[in-house]
Write a protein that binds this ligand. Structure first.
Ligand SMILES: Nc1ncnc2c1ncn2[C@@H]1O[C@H](COP(=O)(O)OP(=O)(O)OP(=O)(O)O)[C@@H](O)[C@H]1O
Ligand SMILES: [Mg+2]
Length: 243
């Protein structure tokens, strides 16, 4: 593979709050992520983790700087090219799931496949859901599921889409600790298969099992840590392990 999966250079993002006030959420962030890498992104609430993920994944236009996804800047593409780049390269697991509540589980998971005219492997989907200990029926409407079940549907959708880069915004936030580890392992397997996985998390235990941790602070990457241990993460986040 000749390109980095993702390249971020001098990315800044401001939000205009009103006529007089602008907040600067991301300030001059640069880094690269490779295929096969599993990266966790940590930082206190409001530090800009979701904003960073959206800017990197073609969902939110940066105020300045450039993003390249598999060597291409999504913000310079025409709509049809952008749609193609998204289909091939980008899966996004949203903090708020972003499912279609009035559709059944199966159709939510199959959506990216249908959009790119690929077959829907129902047996594979059932198998994946059962690995995740998903209890509901695949024909149940998503709006009737619990938060944790919806999260599993969103994760299954991302996995089945077979995209080369997976952006996951707190994918284990609504899960119990058993499901949490199962989902984490599935994401780790995607990286082992050569995909690039970027996961926002508050979970130090999970982050310490990723290849690399980025700690966001004051709009910048304050720490970029390879093979992060829990101790190093606690220290970098300024959390005392004795609390
Ligand atoms: N569309 C928007 N308009 C204005 N301000 C925004 C917008 N989106 C995010 N912000 C602000 O940017 C800052 C970072 O938000 P963001 O959602 O990226 O944080 P986060 O690190 O993901 O937090 P959390 O851990 O709570 O999910 C916050 O102050 C938030 O209020
Ligand atoms: Mg967030």
């Amino acid at each position: 593979m000749t390109h980095s999966a993702l390249s971020v250079s001098h990315l800044s993002k401001d939000f205009q709050i009103d006529q007089h006030k602008t907040i600067s959420v991301l300030k001059d962030i640069s880094f690269e992520a490779q295929y096969g890498e599993f990266i966790s992104i940590l930082g206190i609430s409001g530090s800009g983790k979701s904003t960073l993920l959206k800017c990197m994944s073609s969902l939110l236009i940066p105020s300045s700087g450039a993003i390249c996804i598999n060597g291409v800047n999504p913000y310079k593409l025409r709509n049809s090219q952008l749609a193609k780049l998204r289909r091939n390269h980008i899966a996004f697991i949203f903090q708020s799931y972003n499912l279609l509540p009035a559709l059944p589980v199966l159709e939510n998971i199959a959506l990216p496949l249908r959009l790119s005219h690929r077959p829907v492997p129902v047996a594979t989907i059932r198998n994946l859901l059962s690995q995740m200990k998903f209890q509901a029926d695949i024909h149940a409407f998503v709006k009737h599921l619990s938060g944790g079940e919806q999260q599993k549907v969103a994760i299954a959708r991302a996995i089945l889409s077979d995209s080369s880069i997976v952006f996951a915004d707190e994918p284990t936030g609504a899960l119990d600790s058993g499901s949490r580890q199962v989902i984490f392992t599935l994401l780790k397997q995607l990286a082992q298969k050569g995909k690039c996985v970027l996961m926002v998390t508050h979970d130090i235990e999970l982050a310490s099992q990723t290849d690399r941790a980025l700690i966001l602070k004051d709009g910048q990457i304050a720490h970029d840590i390879d093979s992060p241990s829990p101790d190093v993460l606690y220290q970098a986040l300024g959390i005392s392990t004795f609390d």
